[in-house]
Write a protein that binds this ligand. Structure first.
Ligand SMILES: C[S@@+](CC[C@H](N)C(=O)[O-])C[C@H]1O[C@@H](n2cnc3c(N)ncnc32)[C@H](O)[C@@H]1O
Length: 283
């Protein structure tokens, strides 16, 4: 079943936390000259037209990028994110994670993006190739299978973004299994996992993100989780926020991300808040 389409959610508060964090990871990798490899296991459709029927249905971007855009960011990480978005927002588009990776990496760094949905894959493949950025590889394959097949890269510097739709309750366990297998072969992998924060209305999925984070924290690598909540966690709230779990985070990402998210939520309404908690400091 592949019914999820990210266009309905493009630019929402979840994209803000995820994309700010991912840029922070790539920026840190760029501090050394040595090339690195990025993996995006659930890539989506490259870029989103904010005026099309899907994005404009619920206008979710109004809870996210619209709130922080045109603010004078004092956090350097939030500023990098807004600068990257600005070219696209000027054309009423929002950049997905493959664009962010392709535009932030250097020419000699590699990027592998994976997408299973046929229509999303076609858009991704066409648009990423037309960007004409070196060393970008588009795969129509299962993201977890792709990570198993393509890691560790050579040289083994790099990072992974795991951003499943979580349509099925089993996807939370798929993330833990996938990450466990990658770490067996590539212990230094820097891994960013996005997850939703769901109220009791979510039924079987309620508490699944929290259980997933606990299982990931037990994997014996340094990790923290950062979260943004935009509305109180009442029973009927639905997705009241989201988080990113970062395994093997680069030095100072915690400080930079914390200040970027605190600044972002200050524009997201009276109920918005952010947090960052280390779950395991040293292996
Ligand atoms: C949340 S969206 C990705 C958004 C994107 N990472 C971004 O930040 O712009 C999740 C995507 O994963 C795709 N997908 C679902 N299951 C997959 C799988 N097993 N392997 C690869 N892609 C999958 C969906 O079609 C969807 O496009």
């Amino acid at each position: 079943m592949l019914s999820y389409q990210h266009a309905f959610h493009a630019g929402n508060h979840a994209d803000v936390i995820k994309h700010v964090c991912w840029i922070g990871v790539i920026n840190a990798l760029k501090k050394k000259d040595k090339p690195f490899t990025l993996f995006d296991s659930h890539a989506g459709a490259y870029c989103y037209d904010l005026n099309d029927a899907m994005s404009s249905k619920n206008k979710e971007y109004e809870s996210g990028i619209t709130r922080v855009n045109n603010t004078d960011a004092s956090s350097s990480l939030l500023s990098d994110y807004l600068n990257l978005c600005s070219t696209f927002l000027a054309q009423e588009r929002y950049p997905g994670s493959p664009v962010i990776s392709a535009m932030t990496k250097r020419n000699n760094d590699s990027l592998h993006v994976m997408e299973l949905h046929p229509a999303e894959f076609d858009k991704l493949n066409h648009n990423l190739n037309s960007l004409r950025v070196d060393a970008c590889h588009v795969h129509k394959r299962d993201g977890f299978e792709g990570l198993r097949a393509l890691t560790p890269p050579k040289p083994n510097r790099g990072a992974i973004l795991i951003d499943p739709p979580y349509e099925r309750a089993s996807e939370y366990k798929d993330v833990v299994n996938g990450v466990t297998q990658v770490l067996k072969r590539w212990q230094q992998a820097q891994i960013v996992i996005w997850y939703p924060l769901l109220s009791a209305r979510a039924g079987a999925k309620h508490g699944a993100s929290e259980a997933m984070c606990d299982a990931l924290a037990a994997l014996d690598v340094p990790c923290f989780k950062a979260q943004v909540c935009v509305t109180p966690n009442t029973e009927d709230a639905g997705m009241y926020g989201s988080g990113v779990m970062v395994l093997n985070p680069p030095w100072q990402l915690d400080v930079q991300l914390d200040s970027a998210l605190q600044e972002a939520v200050s524009h997201m309404g009276a109920h918005a808040s952010s947090s960052l908690v280390w779950l395991r400091r040293d292996a």
